[in-house]
Design a protein around this ligand. Structure first.
Ligand code: FES
Length: 256
């Protein structure tokens, strides 16, 4: 008798109505097999996936979030929302990694209405990847409370992140390779570090200090950064008036 606990990842898929959703429909009609624990939400375009949807999905216990759109060049809208989805994929994967969550928990794929078999293949592959990874939080070595706190910090920054994306990051290329090169390149890394990472780290720092006053070493350990990086971050936060230093106890806390 099999008594072992079998991990079944919770997966939420946001599918474009015109292609991936129709592909999923064809997959069902054709009786191609894919895991039954994938829940689907139909949207009119993959570009409609708001970053908040991603973080809220994880906050609500999803182990993986899937976005399915039309192939590049085949989006049904003149705004070509699937290219926006591609941009978001790179930004939010990097952000997930920055807050200590495996970025592969977010997956974007193109599936046309006639690719029922491809939908099944993609879902089977994503499911296997998540099973290998393990449950969200546990696999990353994060306690439930810490996982929640990190995702809440990321969620709270979404309005700012959308502004940064629109004003500073949004790009439009012709090929996926160009997107890959840009988002793996120096220019984006610099922008991400300056415009996003610092703010996220400040958010994580404040979330920690709201729970308890902490020493530099505790802060560095909690943020998973070097001591020197923690010191820089603290000095900036003290200058900005967010954080105060208690000399008597050698600890930092949230400024009143
Ligand atoms: Fe399908 Fe835009 S309509 S991705």
């Amino acid at each position: 008798m099999k008594t072992e606990y079998e991990f079944r990842p919770k997966i939420l898929g946001f599918l474009c109505n015109w292609c991936c959703y129709a592909g999923a429909d064809l997959c069902g009609i054709s009786r191609f097999q894919y895991p039954p624990y994938i829940k689907v939400i139909r949207l009119m375009c993959s570009g409609r996936v708001d970053p908040l949807f991603i973080f809220r999905s994880f906050l609500n216990g999803m182990d993986g979030v899937f976005i399915g759109g039309c192939w590049p060049g085949e989006c049904h809208y003149s705004t070509e929302g699937n290219y926006d989805a591609l941009t978001k994929k790179y930004i939010y994967k990097k952000l997930l990694a920055h807050i200590g969550i495996n970025p592969d928990r977010l997956r974007l794929e193109w599936v046309s209405a006639s690719e029922g078999i491809r939908f099944a293949e993609v879902m089977n592959s994503f499911s296997k990847q998540l099973i290998d990874m393990g449950p969200i939080g546990k696999a990353e070595g994060l306690a439930d409370e810490e996982l929640k706190s990190r995702l809440q910090v990321a969620s709270s920054l979404v309005p700012y992140l959308k502004l940064v994306e629109r004003e500073k990051i949004r790009v439009r290329f012709q090929t996926e390779k160009e997107y890959e090169e840009y988002f793996n390149g120096e220019k984006f890394t610099k922008l991400f570090d300056e415009m996003i990472a610092k703010n996220v780290t400040t958010g994580l720092l404040l979330a920690l200090l709201r729970k308890r006053d902490s020493s530099i070493d505790e802060i560095a350990q909690s943020l998973a950064v070097d001591r020197s990086v923690a010191i820089q971050q603290l000095q900036a936060s003290v200058r900005q008036g967010f954080v105060h230093f208690d000399e008597a106890h050698n600890r930092y806390g949230v400024a009143n």
